[in-house]
Design a protein around this ligand. Sequence first.
Ligand code: COA
Length: 265
Amino acid sequence: MTGQAGTDRVLIEQADGVMTLTLNRPDKKNALTRAMYKALAEAIESADADPAVRCILIQANGDMFTAGNDLSDFAEVAAGDGAATQAREGGNPLLMALGRSKTPLVAAVHGRAVGIGVTMLLHCDLVYVAEDALLTTPFVNLALVPEAASSILLPARIGHARAFAMFVLGEAVNGATAAEWGLANAAVPAGEVRAKALAAARAVAARPPSAVAITRALMRDAGAIAAQMQREFGHFSAQLKSPEAREAFAAFAEKRAPDFSKAAT
Ligand code: COA
């Protein structure tokens, strides 16, 4: 069966047991808006409810996977916009859907993956990256803190020292290193990432579904993930409204370096 749905910013296709979600906001480097999170979350939830979907593949159009959360959305909350703040209450629907997801997830990453573009990979079961991909989680540079339970999942995957350097120093990891550290299954030439990931997704879709689902559930502590996401969300929300975050977002909008020298601790 094939099918197409979704908003124009998130393309949703279904064929041969694989639901493919394609980030499609290339002019803004696939920065993720609230509408895109909602579309992605609903797609993941619909896949969980549809036995015909055996695997989800996440990929992106344009020259990069994603520049992470839309910084103007963050800036609205930081500036005290009531509607934007209310829309964030209760958490990010994509993160919650990833935390609860039952369908195996595969990711194809090319170009840059920033922030949630990296932390979402920790919820994917198979990850293929371009050799020259660049993964960054610059939460602290934006006066924010990690989300998506990445504060436990990333150090568990790559070790505390590397995770701290990624979170706090914003150190970039290239595709080849990501594969070496176990953040990805393999790094391949950029032109081959999608095909490699699709082949893997189809292979997962062809396996006995109950055995796959049980194996995946046994490998993930969904309760611990949900609890950590909640803990992170409390801090993230508070930081988002902090003077240091306002300075970080203003600096991005004004295309200048942030100045945290006056920030109180
Ligand atoms: N939110 C909103 N808009 C974004 C964005 C984001 N996260 N990332 C990029 N954009 C927009 C830019 O503002 C620009 O818009 P414009 O053409 O209207 O000026 C457009 O996308 C192209 O971005 P640009 O910075 O020119 O592309 P680049 O290739 O030179 O750099 C990045 C790409 C990803 C390195 C850079 O855009 C960046 O650092 N983005 C912010 C990443 C970030 O901090 N994300 C949040 C993590 S928690």
